[in-house]
Write a protein that binds this ligand. Structure first.
Ligand SMILES: [Cu+2]
Length: 379
């Protein structure tokens, strides 16, 4: 191939590849939006270029030797053993490189492990398959806590509908954080090991049952940052994304105040006098959101997997046993989770009332939020 043609072909290939790289996807890791993530990116690039230089040098010498000293050119192999000079060189040079990289990485790691002087602590708890976030406060009545669950429609997951831009990376309640202040995370899990990861923040930390791990971040730029659980945690491991929205401090304060207000309203709702109809209406919507995926909207369940609630001995039997399985979960089958930790007293009371009276169960009784409080304090 004439030299000019070769140059042109290579140039065209490079242009084509680089325009591809500028399209939807990128090959390199993100720089991120925190000082630590920038440092991590810097370390990554440093190691990358060291590897490139070593690769070019080693392959360069190799190919040069192979081509230049080939047999057909009459090269004669030199025949020597044990060169102290060379052995010292190929021990000392790599050692210096490794120690250099190690020292650089150590300083970044040291910063990552400095949890002092945080403005706020957020508790992150992994569940199969969602996250719970709690904004810790000395005053328990001021504490804000909620679950963050996937909102991608089932039809998109099952390829029945076109997948949207944030497919599997969208949740109902994102974690909202203030920009520019140090946030400490304490991470744990309610069931199996999960891992909380947002690439743009460069935080990846395991959430382990019975252990509290720590990490921290200071986000520099407002924005929406998406991540995932990165510890294989069961069949819906791919369905528990992390979404962080970083807002300026004033907007964050406003948001948190709104959340506290919501929590207060909920506490009032718990105490209010509920009518049967109100409980049934609320109960139906809770049921559709939290229970129908297994027990089905018509209460008939899936034979062999999820029991029918229509006419079920528990839903049409002793109230205490019904409360027990919904609040504490099944003793024998983990698929039936302990909803006591996931639903409010109001939602629990409503959904249980609904199950006892929907689909012809017609028990005629009702469970109020106060009943749930009493049930919980009686355990
Ligand atoms: Cu997980």
């Amino acid at each position: 191939m004439p030299f000019k043609l070769l140059v042109r072909t290579v140039a065209l290939l490079v242009i084509a590849l680089s325009s591809l790289a500028h399209a939807d996807w990128q090959l390199n890791m993100p720089r991120g939006v925190t000082d630590i993530s920038q440092e991590v990116f810097g370390l990554h690039m440093l190691v990358f270029w060291i590897c490139v230089i070593i690769g070019v040098l080693v392959f360069g010498v190799m190919f040069y030797s192979i081509i230049k000293h080939r047999k057909s050119k009459g090269a004669v192999a030199s025949n020597f053993h044990e060169s102290t000079k060379i052995e010292l060189l190929w021990t000392i040079v790599p050692t210096i490189i490794v120690v250099f990289i190690g020292v650089k990485a150590f300083y970044t790691l040291e910063k990552m492990y400095d949890f002092e002087d945080s403005a706020m602590t957020v508790e992150v708890v992994g569940y199969q398959w969602k996250w719970r976030y709690t904004y810790l406060s000395d005053d328990p009545s001021e504490q804000v806590s909620f679950f963050s669950t996937l909102t991608t429609p089932k039809d998109q997951i099952n390829n029945l509908q076109e997948k949207n831009e944030n497919y599997l990376l969208e949740v109902d309640e994102p974690l909202v954080l203030p920009v520019g202040s140090k946030i400490r995370f304490v991470l744990s899990s309610a069931d199996v090991i999960h891992s909380w990861w947002v690439p743009q923040l460069a935080v990846k930390k395991d959430a382990i049952p019975g252990i509290v791990n720590e990490s921290w971040t200071i986000i520099n730029e407002p924005g929406t940052y998406r991540g995932q659980c990165t510890e294989l945690c069961g069949k819906d491991h791919g369905f528990m994304p992390v979404v962080v929205i970083a807002k300026p401090q004033a907007e964050f304060d406003e948001w948190l105040a709104g959340k506290k207000e919501e929590a207060k309203k909920l506490a009032e709702l718990t105490q209010k006098d509920w009518t049967f109809d109100e409980l049934m209406t609320t109960g139906e919507s809770v049921y559709q959101k939290s229970c129908a995926s297994c027990h089905l909207a018509n209460g008939e369940g899936v034979p062999g997997a999820f029991p029918a609630l229509k006419g079920s001995p528990i839903a049409t039997g002793d109230v205490f046993a019904h409360l027990d399985i919904v609040v504490n979960g099944s003793q024998t089958n983990p698929a039936m989770a302990a909803f006591g930790a996931q639903l409010s007293e109001v939602d629990l009371a409503a959904v249980i009332t609904y199950e006892r009276n929907a689909w012809g169960n017609n028990m005629g009784d009702m469970v109020t939020p106060i009943d749930i409080l009493n049930f919980n304090s009686g355990q």
